[in-house]
Design a protein around this ligand. Sequence first.
Ligand code: ZN
Ligand code: ZN
Length: 361
Amino acid sequence: MSSYTELAERRARLVSRFDKARVDALLVSSPVNIRYLSGFTGSSALLVVAARRSVILTDPRYTLRVVQESDCKAKIVPGSPFARLSPIAKQLGIRRLGYEASRLTMASYRTVRENLPRTVRLKPADGMVEDLRLIKCKSEIAAIRQSVELNSKAFTAAMNRLRPGWTERRLASELDGQMLRLGAEKPAFDTIVASGPRTALPHARPSDTPIREGKLILVDMGAQVGGFMSDMTRMASMGDPGRRWRRLHEAVKEAQLAGIDAVREGVTAAHVDRATRRVLKSHKVETYFVHSTGHGLGLEIHEPPRLARKERTLLRAGMVITIEPGIYLEGRGGIRIEDTVLVTKAGCEILTPTPKEMLVL
Ligand code: ZN
Ligand code: ZN
């Protein structure tokens, strides 16, 4: 959990960007952004951040929790908080209120607009909190580290129990169960388990297909711990997968390591993406790499930056990203290897402790 000092610092950094964004205050409606700035984890709330004060509006269900979790002033309102902004805007003298355009529904926007005096201008101000969230502080890194380590332990425990004939779905539920048993709040996303030719689907849903002898297995899983996510993909095989798949696995591993090698403060996200593609090209399989190299993660499983061909975002120390090249041969199978890494000044630290070798069961 973040300390009140950390929370106050985050809000102060946000306020320091108001001039440039030409707003006096920001209406934060995304629950993760509210949690990041105020500590409050309730599902129905609004946060108004202003230089003078920050106010959380939430409903009576959260009367107790809001004061336990947050140092912001709490205002308990019945019904929709979107309709209750007018007194706060008045108190804080807000004339230009920024809002998270891509996070607000049209209906909520209308409620806000209809209930505010005309003198208050609403200004779209997307990505302001996401920008702050790009660089993780010590306590965030510690939480992500915990999440990553728990996730790897759950993987090992579940794979130790896997038996021939289990369905993909059974393995997925074993992975989820191990995560929860070890103390995760929940899986970070729907756990992906694919076997045989189904590994060629980058986002396969676990099916009732039994995992048979000689088949490849792809597991992509993440845990949520203290609100923070982890993300890992590993390949396994029930018995020897054959020479061809072992070779392709080596190629993807080489690409993944090249990606990791390319990570350091000051390089562009595209630079890292190029590094993985270059290796896959040298193995003549680059055309089978159909997605981007990775993504940031934190309170959400997909956060900026994106590590893709044209992304010019500069990597900075304190960013946490995934490196996950993969190749997918339609109807035959696919290979992906994914780690969560922390960007540092000189390079990066691989947080994922699980060996990258194909796990032959
Ligand atoms: Zn993943
Ligand atoms: Zn990922």
